[in-house]
Ligand binder design. Structure first.
Ligand code: DOR
Length: 448
């Protein structure tokens, strides 16, 4: 492999922006500084553009195995690298669900040689796999996903004794989907009485209510405090839940985690709000629901104030046809990986926070939180997962969507930044116009 020398870049890393060159050798960052080309180098002139560590998405649904008609690891990881995301952690609500070590290893085998981004797969919890959960190899998975609210797939864990056992005994971080299912079912029944199956999409945040989120998140925190569990609560969607989490940096000066309980929000909660259901309907139907403008503002502030630790996508593609069904049958979830980083950078253009904060929440924090080995930072010796960003506006068009479902909730939206290049393990994976090279994604390693 030849060395790649990226010159005249504006590096954004660990809270700083600075001008430097960066050399890639054997897939890793060999040097950062003022560097001269050597014979045989591939030289890339960044011409002052920003160079970031590749984003690490700690929440995606790539649908494999079992729902490859919607998405698969090859197509969605291509969309991810086009969007500047170089690692992903995939959810267990596949078919079959990932409930034991064999199902987990099957996913890694499927990803080998096909994933364009680095990958980790979560184990899932059910009401009856506590033995498999206790036996998890901490180096084999980023964490255990617990659906404390029912969503796509049939993975609700609602047995109190099982939940208590999971929070007591799980040897890896627990990540939760928090929405109270009985409350949601009761609301849904009321709306069904009024509208039948054809409930207006705008009712979604009232059916999957803020109260349902708050109650379930409280329960997760209670269990975690009882057992001193490492808990990461996914996709926080309401202002109200923010008061339940501790503000402050994720790590201390030595890079050790300061928090036992952490929180994530997702890109769609920053870019959409209740008024958008009228225009986008089921395209933005997801669980938990996109709520009010005031929630969106509070979540943006919570990222700036370090109440929220991680930014992710919850990329959850469904086909266009599926999304056209009446409310009760239209599945929840939206494709996001390809435009997630540029959407986050739009928050920077709007003045909510700076690029270094996007990097902290979308690259550094997931690496720290899940003990990801040698990724998530621009550091000598680390893997060369890199993204070059330029401030050239573009408008999202359906024909450019790389996700298998072939649509995006951002169609027609203009962003002020675009992804000029993405490297995965030193291999150019996206050249600003197309996917390039072999599928260079590797299995993520967890330094535990
Ligand atoms: O909207 C969602 N879609 N929320 C989830 O929890 C699951 C996801 C999916 O898999 O479709």
């Amino acid at each position: 492999m030849t060395d790649t020398l990226i010159i005249n870049a504006r590096l954004v890393n660990e809270g700083r922006e600075f001008d430097a060159d960066l050399r890639v050798r054997d897939g890793r960052i060999d040097a950062i500084g003022s560097l001269s080309p050597r014979q045989g180098d591939t030289v890339v002139d960044a011409a002052g553009r920003r160079l970031l560590p590749g984003m690490i998405d700690d929440q995606v649904h790539f649908r494999e195995p079992g729902m490859e008609y919607k998405a698969d690891i090859a197509t969605e990881s291509a969309a991810a690298v086009a969007g500047g995301l170089t690692s992903f952690m995939d959810m267990p609500n596949t078919s079959p669900p990932t409930l034991d070590a064999a199902a987990l290893e099957d996913k890694y085998a499927r990803a080998a040689g096909r994933a364009r981004a680095n990958h980790g797969f979560y184990m899932g919890a059910s009401n009856d796999n506590l033995e498999a959960v206790r036996a998890i190899d901490p180096r084999a998975t980023p964490g255990l996903k617990v659906f404390m609210g029912a969503s796509t797939g049939n993975m609700l864990v609602d047995d109190p004794e099982t939940l208590d056992g999971i929070f007591r005994d799980t040897p890896v971080p627990i990540i939760t989907h928090c929405e109270d299912t009985p409350m949601i079912d009761a609301e849904l029944a009321r709306y069904r009485e009024k509208y039948g199956d054809d409930i207006p999409a705008a009712c979604h945040p009232d059916i999957r209510s803020r109260e349902a989120c708050i109650r379930s998140t409280r329960l997760a925190l209670e269990l975690a405090r009882r057992h001193d569990t490492r808990l990461h609560v996914l996709h926080i969607s309401t202002a109200d839940e923010l008061a339940l989490f501790e503000a402050g940096p994720l790590v201390d000066a030595e890079g050790r985690l300061r928090k036992r309980i952490t929180a994530e929000t997702c890109i769609h909660f920053l870019r959409f709000e209740r008024a958008d259901y009228e225009r986008l309907g089921h395209q933005i139907k997801c669980n938990p629901a996109i709520k009010d403008a005031s929630d969106r503002e509070a979540l943006l502030r919570a990222l700036a104030d370090d109440v929220i630790d991680v930014l992710a996508t919850d990329h959850a593609p469904h086909t266009w046809e599926e999304k056209q069904a009446p409310y009760t049958r239209a599945p929840s979830g939206l494709p996001l990986v390809q435009y997630a980083l540029v959407a986050a950078l739009e928050c920077v253009h709007e003045g909510h926070f700076d690029t270094a904060r996007v990097v902290r929440k979308f690259a550094h924090a997931p690496a720290q939180l899940f003990d990801v080995k040698e990724r998530g930072f621009l550091r000598e010796g680390y893997w060369a997962d890199l993204v070059l960003v330029e401030d050239t506006p573009f408008t999202v068009k359906r024909e450019d969507v790389l996700s298998k479902c072939g649509w995006s909730p951002f169609e027609g939206t203009s962003f002020r930044s675009r992804i000029a290049s993405t490297w995965v393990n030193g291999v150019l994976a996206w050249d600003g116009a197309r996917i390039t090279g072999e599928a260079a994604g590797r299995r993520l390693e967890f330094a535990r």
